[in-house]
Design a protein around this ligand. Structure first.
Ligand SMILES: Cc1ncc(COP(=O)(O)O)c(C=O)c1O
Length: 451
């Protein structure tokens, strides 16, 4: 499906936010002044902002209405009980622990279960998840499906963990304390983790006595993609698929800024009450009381509604269609992309688009900066700048993440034209070098210069 063929969005726009495309010379100046780091460019100077889909989506009328009706009591508010009920309904986990965002859930869980030199095994840990493992002196090991490292491999279900490698790693690494399946696999291309892969990983985990957690930031999109692609889920609703995955796990870590459709928020949901009690001790000391965990009552209410809206089949289909259509349009425009399309983003395969730019010159970042220069489009490098110690075969990508319900087909057509221009003039791009950067999570704050 190409962008012109997209069915009409199943919502209409009642509140608008002005955006502007600045003149090219100004964009060049602003990028230079930002140290060629798109996180440092002021949002008002961006035309189409695809830096992330995290907390940047449009809330529904029902969510905005819920903000006004929220209960801001410190403890045991009505908003909390609505949030807890929604999380239990969607995930089936009885123990619900609210946090201010996903990385706080990661920190609390890992501080509870990990010690120095322990190991977490994953299909692909995302940046903050890995950072929260490594800051404790523990190690994260990614074992992606090899198909996910082959951007031209059209396998529809390539977001899972490599099962034979998982089995061997659990033997070789007796200090493995958790398996985390990131669904969808954000650092690889947003591919879905298939149901059978979760089931097999759960069996392996149980045999080894290691708990299995789902990083479920995009649980609804994972389910929506499986409904379309996984024969094991044929005829199932996204809610049923999501629940089947949660049923196989011991808990989930969730950034509610993605498929919670919140502007802020997250949670941990667990099966084991004893583990939950240990996590709550850290929660009260650092995030907030157990019934708000760093969130306002209004955030809890917005997420309670958002979690269910993300599983609405029509809304979810529209989101997946937007991403698939941008993917098809970019491919038609000669842009190398990771295939098949992910749930929340199109990933430009910058390594393939710019074969003359070596890994050390960050081809994914070169494409991201060029997209801003060319069309005021802000994307995000997912490659050697974000992950300085690449796994073998690591891809050099530029992620164009589409926030939920925010941009229309004509905005995305502008993005496709912009990337098409970049592909046509690709030999002009030469990459970047780092001028200064912090040791951890360097991509957020690095200062760069053209190489
Ligand atoms: C897969 C995944 N896990 C965890 C996180 C962290 O969530 P948060 O940004 O809410 O801290 C993100 C955020 O981008 C993510 O994509």
């Amino acid at each position: 499906m190409l962008l012109p063929d997209l069915p009409p969005e199943p919502y209409r726009i009642r509140s608008v936010e002005r955006i502007r495309l600045l003149p090219r010379e100004e964009r060049l100046r602003l990028l230079r002044e930002a140290g060629y780091n798109l996180f440092r460019v002021r949002a008002r100077d961006v035309f189409i902002d695809l830096l992330t889909d995290s907390g940047t989506g449009a809330m529904s009328d029902r969510q905005w209405a819920a903000l006004m009706a929220a209960d801001e009591s410190y403890a045991s508010s009505e908003s909390w009980f609505r949030f807890e009920a929604a999380v239990r309904e969607v995930t089936g986990f009885p123990e619900v622990i609210p946090t201010h965002q996903g990385r706080a859930a990661e920190r609390l869980l890992f501080e509870t279960i990990l010690k120095k030199d322990d190991v977490v095994v994953s299909n692909a840990l995302f940046d903050t998840t890995r950072a929260n493992v490594e800051r404790l002196g523990a190690h994260g090991i990614d074992l992606p499906d090899p198909a996910a490292l082959a951007p031209l491999d059209e396998s529809p279900l390539k977001g899972g963990v490599q099962l034979d490698a998982l089995e061997k790693t659990l033997v070789a690494q007796p200090r493995t304390r958790a398996i985390v399946l990131t669904a969808t696999a954000n650092s690889l291309g947003g591919h879905p983790v298939p149901l059978a892969n979760v089931a097999a990983a759960a069996r392996i985990a149980r045999r080894a006595g290691v708990p299995l957690f789902i990083d479920a930031a995009r649980f609804a999109q994972n389910a929506g993609l499986l409904a379309r692609r996984d024969p094991a889920c044929e005829g199932w609703s996204p809610a049923k698929i999501a629940r089947a995955i949660f049923d196989l796990a011991d808990g989930c870590l969730v950034s509610a800024k993605k498929d919670g459709l919140g502007h802020i928020g997250g949670f941990l949901a667990l099966r084991d009450p004893a583990l939950a009690e240990r996590v709550r001790a850290g929660l009260v000391a650092t995030e907030g009381f157990t019934t708000y965990g760093g969130l306002a009552g209004r955030d809890l209410d917005a997420i309670a509604i958002g979690l269910r809206e993300a599983l609405d089949e029509t809304l979810l289909a529209a989101r997946l269609d937007q991403v698939a259509a941008l993917h098809a349009q970019l491919r038609a425009a000669g842009v190398a992309v990771v295939s098949p399309a992910g749930g929340h983003a199109v990933y430009v395969d910058a390594g393939r688009l710019l074969p003359h730019v070596p890994r050390a010159r960050f081809p994914g970042h070169a494409v991201a900066c060029a997209a801003y220069e060319e069309g005021g489009v802000r994307g995000c490098e997912v490659g050697s700048l974000m992950f300085p110690e690449p796994v073998p075969g690591q891809l050099e990508l530029t992620r164009l993440a589409i926030p939920w319900r925010t941009y229309t087909a004509s905005h995305l057509a502008h993005v496709a034209r912009t990337l098409g221009e970049i592909a046509a003039g690709r030999e002009k791009l030469s990459g970047y070098r780092i001028v200064s950067a912090p040791a951890a999570l360097r991509h957020f704050r690095a200062v760069l210069a053209p190489a």
